[in-house]
Ligand binder design. Structure first.
Ligand code: SAM
Length: 222
């Protein structure tokens, strides 16, 4: 059987496809980044299937177990806490291992914060560069940002509330006062899209204690 990569909501529990729900209902095993988080989703949809924890620090140990289950013909679904598995989330080594073992990998597409934020940002969508999480320390972060300074693509970053100010300030220093959008708590109760220039986003962050989850989008070099 192939490995199913099942996308789950990034906040709003209604954002899950019929096919994702069926795949989870039919799974013999659900490999989940955090079984408590996925347990809440499954309970909401009254799905009761066996789960196996699969996260960054047990990936190496779990891969042979998952491959064995797939070889035995079990239906295995991989899910992360939110959005699409493998996208800044555990999954990549398992996906590679399946491909190398000749086992199919089938996406069951759905939400991902990248496209949700990009679509609503008002920034150019025809070309984008997903940069994921920037390094935490100042000088590697600056070097990382500089790598995309001359790109004309809209740049997309994931960031935690604890480092969003530092990322905004470093971005202003590297890119100048470009247009940007800050997607916060998308699809959730306190959803916001802050649009403006980087200096305006910094002013917003100075006046509002950043809370929740953020996607930062910055217009490319013109
Ligand atoms: N796999 C997920 C996806 O497909 O979007 C991403 C997982 S990554 C560990 C988590 C990061 O995604 C957060 O730190 C934040 O940058 C972004 N994110 C996830 N959900 C979000 C939401 N509802 N609103 C804004 N950003 C979100």
């Amino acid at each position: 059987m192939p490995l199913y990569l099942v996308s789950t909501p990034i906040g709003n529990l209604e954002d899950i496809t019929q096919r994702a729900l069926r795949t989870l209902r039919e799974a013999d095993l659900i490999a989940a980044e955090d079984t408590r988080v996925t347990g809440r989703l499954l309970a909401h949809y009254r799905i009761d299937r066996p789960m196996l924890s699969y996260f960054e620090h047990n990936e190496a140990r779990r891969i042979p177990q998952v491959l064995e289950a797939l070889r035995q013909g079990q239906n295995v679904a991989l899910v992360s806490n939110a959005g699409t598995p493998g996208i800044s989330d555990p999954g990549f080594p398992l996906i590679r291992a399946c491909i190398e073992a000749g086992i199919g990998v089938v996406p069951v597409p759905g939400p991902s914060a990248i496209l949700a934020a990009l679509a609503a940002s008002g920034l150019p969508v025809h070309e984008f560069w997903f940069r994921g999480f920037a390094p935490r320390k100042a000088s590697p972060r600056k070097r990382f940002l500089q790598e995309s300074a001359s790109s004309s693509a809209t740049l997309i970053f994931y960031e935690s509330p604890f480092r969003i100010r530092a990322l905004l300030e470093a971005s202003l220093e590297v890119y100048g006062d470009r247009r940007c959008a800050l997607g916060r708590e998308l699809t959730k109760k306190f959803e916001e899209m802050i649009r403006g220039n980087l200096s305006e986003a910094i002013a917003w962050a100075a006046h509002n204690e950043p809370r929740g989850e953020f996607v930062l989008l910055i217009q490319g070099s013109s």
